[in-house]
Design a protein around this ligand. Sequence first.
Ligand SMILES: Nc1ncnc2c1ncn2[C@@H]1O[C@H](COP(=O)(O)OP(=O)(O)O)[C@@H](O)[C@H]1O
Ligand SMILES: [Mg+2]
Length: 240
Amino acid sequence: MTEVLSLRNVTAGYGPITVLNDLSLSLRAGEIVAVLGANGCGKSTVLKTAMGLTRVSGGTLSLGGTAITGMPAHERATHGLGYVPQTRNVFGDMSVIDNLRMGAYLRPRAFAAEVEKVFSLFPRIRERRNEKAGNLSGGERRMLSIGLTLLLEPRILLLDEPSSDLAPSTVDLVFQSIADIHRQLSIPILLVEQNVNKALEISDRVCVLVRGHEALDVPASEIDTRHLHDLFMDGGVRTS
Ligand SMILES: Nc1ncnc2c1ncn2[C@@H]1O[C@H](COP(=O)(O)OP(=O)(O)O)[C@@H](O)[C@H]1O
Ligand SMILES: [Mg+2]
């Protein structure tokens, strides 16, 4: 299968701090790849690095056939990378639909059709479209923030812990939506998660990080969760 995003031997971090060490990871067409690992092992840094938000001191990144190692974040977005950070501030004082209008300002003509796509993926957001975004539940706000990124018509999604801090019933809904996005819009997804079991249910492949390096990269069906636990412990931090 074609690689749509790849990091090859990437070393990256923040200022003088190195977080990712000689990390190689790829996402192919049609895949959901889960990035798992202990707290602080560098999962969010992988997504930020893919998006161009860290300092890369070694290795190369490519998006499809295009080298993007030194490309600024806004250009990566126009090349089709859609990034949903773990906490994205929607504008709480504005209605849901106005948040969506803001998100789509770059493509105003396509708004009606694009927003319909978001509404059909997230019926709850359609129901709540005239509500102030600040009054949404955690799960609804998460769906709105994913919807805002979808309005930019990404070819690849980078999702950082979409299920964090949500009620268990909402977690199922969010994972279902991610699977729907993947299937209905044919978008490959790089998914950072703490919820290992849920991530395994929807992922094709799993990359486990230990201290910024890939310790395991295997099909999700081959994962032994006991082995995962050992790897997480090796990261030095308990995850549960
Ligand atoms: N902006 C930053 N500046 C400096 N260090 C950071 C920054 N963001 C994260 N780090 C450090 O990088 C390491 C990995 O962080 P992160 O990628 O957020 O881990 P994870 O998402 O796996 O919990 C941590 O040690 C964290 O303290
Ligand atoms: Mg993180």
